[in-house]
Structure formats: structure tokens, C-alpha cells
Write a protein that binds this ligand. Sequence first.
Ligand code: GLU
Length: 423
Amino acid sequence: MSSLSYVSTNNNSAWATFLSQVERVLPYLGDLALLADTLRHPKRALIVDVPLEMDNGTIRHFEGFRVQHNLSRGPGKGGVRFHPNVTLEEVMALSAWMTVKSAALNLPFGGAKGGIRVDPRELSEKELERLTRRYTNEISTIIGPQQDIPAPDVGTNAQIMAWMMDTYSMNTGTTSTGVVTGKPIYLGGSLGRVNATGRGVFVTGSRVAEQIGLTVQNCLLAIQGFGNVGSVATGLFHRAGARVVSVQDHSATLFDASGLDIPALADYQRQHGFIAGFPSAIQLKEEEFWHQEYDIFLLAALEGVITPERARSLQCRLVLEGANGPTLPGADDILHQRKITVVPDVICNAGGVTVSYFEWVQDFSSFFWSESEINDQLDRIMREALEVVWQKAETLDVTLRTAAYAVACERILTACRERGLYP
Ligand code: GLU
């Protein structure tokens, strides 16, 4: 449990999950474990009020956050989430997972994350723009191309990044493309960024499937979450011959034992914003989704969805964490005992931040790469990072998550030690 006075005592919170993941890696860190307290203390957490004039003239106030968890290895990096359940503690956990993710991939970044407690679907386009601009202005004292670089996450997209870039640029009297990543292509965005997270899930997921003797062709796949990450990853698995038998989002759970038509479902989702009502599929009850037989179970929604109870009933061989923090620590142990392999979030969904890194480098050098160069480098970096983690897991005889934490925390804490304490 956290010793921070501003953190709740909820054992199932995302922050408690992160702390427990740190606890598990300590025995493998040698002397560096003595520095682990730095991981339990986010470096900086900013809470801002975001007042918004609604289209009808009334004013509403929203809670906004930006947390920089650790900056030892480089500037802060991490997305901005617009979601009605955002809390400071959730953003803290998400920022900490970014620290671990950047280090696991060996990207020269620390970890940060931001968010606004808002349902963006309830706002008009103009309200969303005003909200984004005011939020950016409020956090502008701590972000910057060399300080902390936001990106899209749940509920945000390239247009929101464009408004953030413009607001920051207007405030500083510059054209600072490198202040955010995941921007539109015409504004210094990178080719391949939109598909990068889903592509990374496919690259790591299919590699681990191969390692555990599972053939992607004809395997049964289920997915929770059909937004950017989920739809791209599922599309790639579908193209590789997997049979996607079940898809769940906030609106419905679809099932088709002979395999759903994924390109048609993706079109439907783009048109409607949800999957409910998609023809030619059976609709399951929400909980039934967790009790079917699959080979690969892909999570691409929110944190904390695999509870110990669900972990006991899950029938699959491989869990892919496209979402951040979807598995509770108690559930992790049960999956391990049941010999279900989990490709952890900090590796599995790191394709997004990896191409964000490419975008940031391209913005700095003002020289842009082709999509095939981006995808080749992305695949290479992800395969190499996975290989290091896989070897570590074999050597230490631990799960892939603990192995990824061992690799990452060694890098983070060594950087902390080498920098020393100021003053
Ligand atoms: N929001 C994404 C993540 O959770 C991407 C972060 C980034 O590109 O900085 O990894």
C-alpha cells in the first residue's frame, strides 16, 4: 500500500497495482532495490482547474492532471486521457507505467501522463477545442519538447494534439512541433503513428505465440476494446489468419464461432462510434465474454478488467495487454499458476510510444522518414526489446511482466544512481 498522504487505500487502484508490480521485481534488482523508493514517489504532480464556457453560455469546471513520474532517463513522455473516470491516482499509475515502458524499450524518455475527468463525447467540437486549449495552457509550465511531451491516449486524437501544439506554440512565440506527438501528418506528425500501438501488439503477440507453440493462423482470438489500438491489432491478426470470434466494447459483446468479418466491423465502428447493432453476429451478455474458449485474449480497453475471479475462469493460452494495466496483481498470479502467458502492457503496447519517439526525432531534425522505414524500425525495436525480456524471464524464471520490470528498473535506477542526488 502507498505511503503517500494523497493516495487512497484502495488495493485495486491502478496505483496500488503499480506498487505491487514494483514489489515483485525488488528481489531481482540487487543493490539497486535500495533506490526503489524513487519509483513509489512521482516526481511531480500538477492538478489544474479547467474552466470551460459551454456553447450555451454556462461555465463548467473540469479536473485536469499532468504527472511526471520519473525523468531520470530523459524528458517526460506519455499520453493525455479524456475520460469521465480519470483521477489523480490513475494518472499517477499511467505515468509510472510510461517510465517502465520507455525504459523497457530503451527509449530516451522518462514517464509522464495527463488527463481530464470529462466525457469528450458529451462536448461539441468547439467545446472540446476550448477545453484542450485551456488545459494545455494550465500545464504549459511543465511541458515542452525537452521537458515533457504529451501524446494521444484514450479519448484523445491527432486533432487534440494539433490544438495542444498550437496553444503551446502561441504561448511561446514559436512553432514547436516537438512539444506533442501523435499530431496530424501536415503538422510534423509521423507516418505510421496512428497504427503503431496496434502494430506493436501484433508484432509482440505473434512472436510470443510462436515461442509458446501457438499458430496464429486459425487460432481463436477475442478482443476487449475496439478503438484505435484494438481495431488495428485485430485487423492484423485477422489478416494473418486468426479467427476473431468475439469482440467487446462499451456498447456490446459480439460473438461468431466462424469468425467475425473484421474489416466490415471496423467500417461499422468508424461510422457509428460503437459495435452494437453490427449484423450477422450473436450478442453475448457482458460477463459471458470472459467464459468462452479462445487461444488469444487481447485487452485493448481500460485497466483492472482481469480480476482474480475472471483469471480463474479465463480459457486461453495467451493474454496480450494492449491496454495499460488491465490485469490486477492477484489475477496475474492465477494466470501464471494456470500457465497462461501474459505479454505485459509495458512491452505489448509500447509501439505507440516508440513511433512517438520517431516523431519527436523527425521533428527535431526536420527530416521525415518513409512509412516502411518507420515500420521496419518499429518492428526491429519491439522484437529486440521482447527478446531481451524473454531471455531475462528464462534466466530469472519469472513472468514476462517481472522480467520486463527487471530490465526496465535496472535502467531507470542505474540512471538515478549515476546522476546522484541534487543538491
Ligand atoms: N498513450 C500511449 C501509451 O500509453 C502513447 C504514449 C506516447 O506516445 O507518448 O503508451
